[in-house]
Design a protein around this ligand. Sequence first.
Ligand code: ADP
Ligand code: MG
Length: 711
Amino acid sequence: MRNLNNPITYINGMSVQRATLLYTELGIKTCHDLLHFFPFRYIDKTQFYQINQLQPNSAEVQIVGKITQLKTVAQTKGSRLVATFHDATGIMELVWFKGQKWIKDVLKINEPYVIYGKLNHFNGLYSMPHPEMQLVSEYKKTLQSTMQPVYSSTEKLVNAGISNKIIRTYIENLFKQFYGGIQETLSLEIINEFQLISKKEALLNVHFPKSHELLAKAQFRLKFEELFFIQLQLVRKNLINKTNIKGIVFKNVGAAFNDFYEHHLPFQLTNAQKRVIKEIRKDVASGIHMNRLLQGDVGSGKTIVALLTMLFAIDNGFQATLMAPTEILANQHFNAISELLKGVNISVELLTGSTKPKKRKVIHEALEDGSLKILVGTHALLEEKVMFDNLGIAIIDEQHRFGVAQRSKLWMKNRKSLPFGEVGGASLPPHILVMTATPIPRTLAMSVYGDLDISVIDELPPGRKETKTVHRFDSQRLSVLKFMKDEIAKGRQVYIVYPLIEESKVLDYKDLMDGFDGLSREFPMPQYQISIVHGQMKAEKKDFEMQRFVKGETQIMVATTVIEVGVNVPNASVMIIESAERFGLSQLHQLRGRVGRGADQSYCILMTGVKLSDEAKTRIKTMVSTSDGFKIAEVDLKLRGPGNLMGTQQSGVLNLKIANILKDSKILIAARKKAIELLSKDPNLSKEENALIKIAFTEMTKTSKIWSQIS
Ligand code: ADP
Ligand code: MG
């Protein structure tokens, strides 16, 4: 009877039509759904403002005062009614565009009114369009001392007359009819530990807050609960994966690893690199399939970690592959790894879209007979024809360009592949290591990839100098050119990057070419040599131009963002980004990461026009003030919202009802910790004291979309 799973038509006054609309528009089907449809803000009628306290960004405010004057002002289309409104502290205006005649008749001059509404601020004067108004004498009779909830709505709902007031009435009725049916969902232990109010009290106060204090407690309780149950699912899924998916075991650290480590390592590893290698080693030796995300800022040295990981695989009789998102990057990885393995007897090949058929054939054969140990490539290596003898590990660089589907293709790459789950060498899927230089804020990673393990290289190799970053306007170009000349005279090299305009390849190309022509006049041959690389060039030509720059034959590299990822030229010390306002933060950070790779002081110059949007200003300011990739990612997240961050689009995890990933990260961390602790003590939630959690959890997993959306 008092079952909250009843459809909302059980609520007094709810018609079938309205119930249907609430379902199609807001997805509200059951009484439980409506109870968990939380207000997104509150009208705070417990507070009064004085005019001199108003702030330009005040949202809705309530003020007591008198109208002293009324006038009709003509405007381009029709007219508006303007009232001058006073209180003891100041003056403001009330404005009406509609219903002017009627309003003019009912308004009383010099009588005290309570007005309520949204503020505008213009030329130092506040105004309130179409305020809600009540004479103080009437207001006192209906005095409401509570905060009123405001629910999000849609046009269809509004047109069908389902106003906020109506929703409030339904929820009120719901409480009257079903209050007894609201169940606690957390254990006494958790409630005590975090000093939470009960579920009933929390729901009541989130919809109808009795005070600011109780509202805060209600919100805290509901946020904690929401995040806790999500983490419970993620952590549990992780545990199940770990117990169910067996992994290839790399038992030995053998000749390949040891020989390389002792005789060929070109530098001392940083502590962070050592730690990450240990974490990986532990995983691949555990007998459980590794699914690990390696985060490390640009230049933090992920390549060497990748190589050492591949050597583990080889020592244990397996092959390894490293996959990159672009041909240029795959090339660089191939060159870097070949260079590192000089004098070591391990075969490495490169497979990309431009590998010649003859060469391809040789590679395919060597892969299948197991003689080829390391294959570096682009997504060309996902093609069906490419089969390994026994692939032990697949490393993916810059994961945001690969979809989940592509990643899963890697799982089927072994010649002797058997269906999953069967035991025996090559029947198991290769371990997966995903490397990314675009750091996801830790809290976000936790909630999105709660089922992935994460390693972080949080330390740059020693001796790196922070890249000095400045913002220059186009009008300051002359001094920028002078600066370039000075740097080149010192033997340095310079990148100049133009934005890629997706919608207009033609315009894009023109910008780049105009820039190139201008530079050619400023930096004439033979004294200066300029490379140019852009998306419309053939791979061979691109590579040729890149190589000229890598070898130091050219001093300037003019390019579109094709160089964004991975290019490594330690002698390049200046990065000039044209129309920097058109780049996203993470892209700017990636580009800046192309310099500062050698021992010299490096510079990044962000060129922009004078007109900048607020968001562009924030991006530029952030770049100038910090080089910390995690901080930059946090700002990026704030600017763009989690939905736009890579990898999170498909994830239902972020459809939070009340918690906010950014603002509530402390609660998230606490909730996750508690979820881990709980599951480690009671993996199946079978203990008596966790009975309530189990009921809520089971209910939630029945309806939740998290499972299908994450995996
Ligand atoms: P990323 O993490 O951006 O892929 P790389 O692996 O390309 O970084 O490394 C950047 C540069 O730093 C390379 O030139 C590499 O040789 C160098 N490097 C990496 N690790 C170290 C270290 N521990 N000490 C000194 N130089 C290092
Ligand atoms: Mg790299």
